[in-house]
Ligand binder design. Structure first.
Ligand code: F6P
Length: 368
């Protein structure tokens, strides 16, 4: 029987997942492996939804958005929500042993997981549980997320597409802001990291960039808008990361999903900034929340290339006999790190990041 690899796309989806599936599966199939595609992230392991992928399944999908396997950012085998008790509290069950039984039944020796920090944690916990039970399960990670916040790699696939979408939106908002002499606030994703806001803000020449790493002051933002107005700039563009917060204040939470391993859904800071700036400056202010638009559609060329490099690295590590690694980019070079490295951590924007400095040099305000 052919050796079997399980392939999972887990957590929030992002452009480039299909390119990774292709880059893992094609070489694997050529080397005689059977590639088992697990449906809907770790939910497929819990609910026993998987199928052997054919060459045709993984061919022609390079530029396709989403994931042909499906994904889930709620299914954690260690803490799986199965219902609510009489007090309305979510009941969680540990389904790891059940997942491991399935993995053994399917004779899957290696699990390749395209995911973020949460998915890498789940994968390495599964591997640890397998080892404890005397079985061997190799786990390989491919760093995915539009947020670009994985420790151990300086870039994740999906990020460059999200930045490109946000930049395009900021460019478009600028022309209508100029026509109407308004302040336009654009809220972008990124969780607790400001990478998308920083990169798209710089790329579009936003006047103010607000990131979680630099708490902002409503009055400082308003001042910046007033100064621009005095200099004849009758519009301003603010790019705000969903995780940005006022000095001494709290993050803006739009929803709490207790069934999810990462229950907080951020949102609302864009509206708060627009309302405050309008109140303080008297200049009409509007806001746009880009939301999941940033995760949809076809990956940009750089993400197609990166996904191909990272996916191929994952399968070549399996062929080399490496264990429990995550493909990564460090100092601009493709490499790999211990899969435990990104677990439970987030890579945020350092205050001395060269792009923060360069942005300040071109008069971009950080609202502080
Ligand atoms: O991690 C990716 C991401 O898009 C974050 O930027 C965002 O905070 C979150 O996922 C949104 O999650 P959901 O798809 O559950 O709304």
């Amino acid at each position: 029987m052919a050796k079997r690899i399980g392939l999972i796309t887990a957590g929030g989806d992002c452009p480039g997942l299909n390119a990774v599936i292709r880059a893992v599966a094609k070489p694997a199939m050529r080397e005689g492996f059977e590639v088992v595609g697990i449906s809907d992230g770790f939910l497929g392991l819990i609910e026993d939804h998987m199928r052997v992928l054919s060459f045709n399944d993984v061919s022609g999908i390079l530029a396709q958005g989403g994931t042909i396997l499906g994904s889930s950012n709620k299914a954690n085998p260690g803490k799986f929500a199965v219902g609510v008790d009489k007090d309305g509290k979510v009941i969680m069950e540990d389904r790891r042993e059940q997942c491991l039984q399935l993995i053994r039944r399917e004779k899957i020796e290696t699990l390749i997981v395209a995911g973020g920090d949460g998915s890498m944690t789940i994968a390495s916990e599964l591997a640890a549980a397998a080892h404890k039970a005397g079985h061997s399960l190799n786990v390989m990670g491919v760093p995915k997320t539009i947020d670009n916040d994985l420790v151990g790699t300086e870039i994740t696939f999906g990020f460059q597409t999200a930045v490109s979408i946000a930049t395009d939106a900021l460019d478009r908002v600028k022309t209508t802001a100029a026509s109407h002499h308004r302040v336009m606030v654009v809220e972008v994703m990124g969780r607790n990291a400001g990478w998308i806001a920083l990169h798209s803000g710089v790329a579009s020449g936003a006047d103010v960039i607000l990131i979680p790493e630099i708490p902002f002051d409503f009055e400082a933002i308003s001042d910046c808008v007033r100064v621009r107005s005095r200099h004849g700039k009758r519009y301003s563009i603010v790019c705000v990361a969903e995780g940005a917060k006022p000095k001494g204040g709290q993050i803006f939470v739009s929803k709490v999903d207790p069934t999810s391993p990462d229950p907080i859904r951020l949102g609302g800071v864009g509206k708060a900034v627009a309302d405050e700036v309008e109140k303080r400056t008297g200049i009409e202010s509007r806001y746009v929340v880009l939301g999941h638009v940033q995760r949809g559609g076809s990956p940009v060329a750089d993400d197609r290339v990166l996904s191909t490099l990272l996916g191929e690295r994952a399968i070549s590590m399996v062929l080399e006999g490496k264990r429990d690694r995550m493909a990564a980019v460090q100092h601009g070079r493709l490499t790999d790190v211990d899969i435990n490295l990104p677990c439970g951590k987030q890579r945020t924007v350092p205050l001395d990041d060269p792009l923060v400095r360069a942005a300040k040099e071109v008069e971009t305000h950080f609202g502080d």
